[in-house]
Design a protein around this ligand. Structure first.
Ligand code: FES
Ligand SMILES: [Fe+2]
Length: 422
């Protein structure tokens, strides 16, 4: 029996999730094999990050280090950032531009698609040493990954069984990627954050519209997001991916007053910002959406909150830790004022943002308890039990169940079976 069959899902509609999945090192190891190296499209970056021939970015798919590359002929390539010789990291810089990749250890040299092009002392020195005559450079590339893009967002997969990118993303996700990336973007900057919890607790967090108006007091206090506002929850056909959004500024004050009356001691209604510039905004979209949080599981969150736009790459570092790598962007044709608005609003949403810093704290609070006592299950019933479906309201945690339903499917089948099922 393999360890996966061991995950004991207490309910078929995923209203219960065993705490063990957040702490068990065996489960973590199998996730790397069956999910991150399995039939999924993993986020690698934005085309705007590697615009020129020779540009590269180092990143991770799960905990596998990767290089994302723009080749000299303008194509995109991606390969494992691990020397085929004895395993050293080949590129240690976060970004760069070069015509080749050379491993520092014994200087094996690779081209921009990760193919091995040369090794020092191949014929030895003065007739001694060197590689065997039949040593074949072409057999030792850095392991390549298949790459595909959607509206300038780059994804890669290790598996031949992965469905086409658009199918994997799902109809609703594609629609909201079309909305966000409707014109060329430019990168504004990066932030990195180490979070001491399991990566799936963060995935749950961004699929949970109901915490936003409760945990994030800044949101609720200044009316940026309240569960009484209009909004929706949409999922991919697989239920793995989701998009949540709310329409800003239209909430019914009486309804909000009524629904938040029990929270009054936590949600002050008479606060003003000393410097209201923080909330200055210029609408980018005609639809009035103030917050849009998309989760393309398992590797990335794409956000638009007022004028802040960012991708948040989830990079697991073991069962109890992950890095969240934020790439902030604007549109290529933004004027200076709009760029400044986006940069100022990064103080709202980011590792120490007034709105988002509580998220990492919340996931760490869960993790600390799961480590101490990994028995028992979570309860996920807000929005109902049973069928998992899209919603035209926000007071729900149904997309979390959607995530777990597909997670369980991926984890239940070894890659060979996943391939056969296609
Ligand atoms: S480990 Fe890279 S050349 Fe030896
Ligand atoms: Fe949050």
């Amino acid at each position: 029996m393999n360890a996966i069959a061991d995950i004991d899902w207490p309910s078929s509609d995923f209203t219960r999730v065993p705490y063990r999945v957040f702490v068990d090192p065996e489960i973590y190891k199998l996730e790397q094999e069956r999910i991150f190296r399995g039939p999924i499209w993993a986020y690698l970056g934005l085309e705007a990050e590697v615009p020129n021939p020779g540009d590269y970015k180092t990143t991770f798919v799960g905990d596998t280090p990767m290089v994302l590359q723009r080749t000299m002929d303008g194509e995109l390539a991606a390969f494992e950032n691990r020397c085929a010789h004895r395993g050293a990291i080949v590129r240690r810089e976060p970004f760069g531009n070069d015509t080749e990749h050379r491993c520092v250890y014994h200087q094996w040299c690779y081209d921009l698609k990760g193919a091995l092009t040369g090794v020092p002392f191949r014929r030895g020195v003065q007739g001694k040493g060197g590689y065997p005559k039949d040593f074949d450079l072409s057999k030792h590339p850095m392991r390549p990954m298949r790459v595909a893009t959607y509206n300038g967002v780059i994804f890669g997969t290790f598996s031949d069984a992965t469905p086409p990118l658009k199918t994997f993303l799902g109809t609703s996700i594609c629609a909201y990627l079309d909305r966000l990336f409707h014109k060329p973007v430019k990168v504004l900057g990066y932030l990195r954050q180490d979070i001491k919890s399991n990566w799936k607790l963060y995935t749950e967090n961004v699929k949970d519209p109901y915490h936003a108006g409760l945990l994030h007091l800044f949101h609720a206090t200044f009316g940026l997001y309240r569960s009484t506002q209009k909004g929706a929850v949409l999922m991919s056909e697989s239920k793995f991916n989701s998009v949540l959004y709310n329409i800003g500024g239209n909430y019914d004050k009486d309804l909000a007053e009524e629904n938040y009356k029990n929270q009054k001691k936590y949600v002050p209604t008479d606060y003003d910002l000393y410097d209201p510039q923080l909330l200055a905004s210029r609408p980018d979209f005609p639809d009035g959406i103030a917050n849009m949080i998309m989760c393309i599981a398992p590797t990335v969150v794409v956000q638009q909150i007022m004028n802040t736009m960012a991708t948040r790459n989830i990079r697991p570092k073991g069962p109890g830790q992950f890095e969240l790598f934020w790439t902030y962007f604007g549109f290529a044709d933004d004027d200076e004022e709009l760029t400044q608005i986006r940069l100022t609003q990064a103080n709202l949403i980011g590792p120490s943002g007034y709105i988002s810093m509580e998220d990492s704290e919340a996931t760490e609070m869960v993790q600390d308890n799961a480590v101490v006592r990994s028995t028992g299950d979570t309860v996920i019933e807000m929005g109902g039990r049973g069928e998992i479906h899209d919603l035209d309201y926000l007071i729900s945690e149904m997309p979390i169940r959607g995530f777990w339903s597909h997670y369980a499917k991926l984890m239940a089948e070894p890659p060979a079976l996943q391939e056969a099922a296609e």
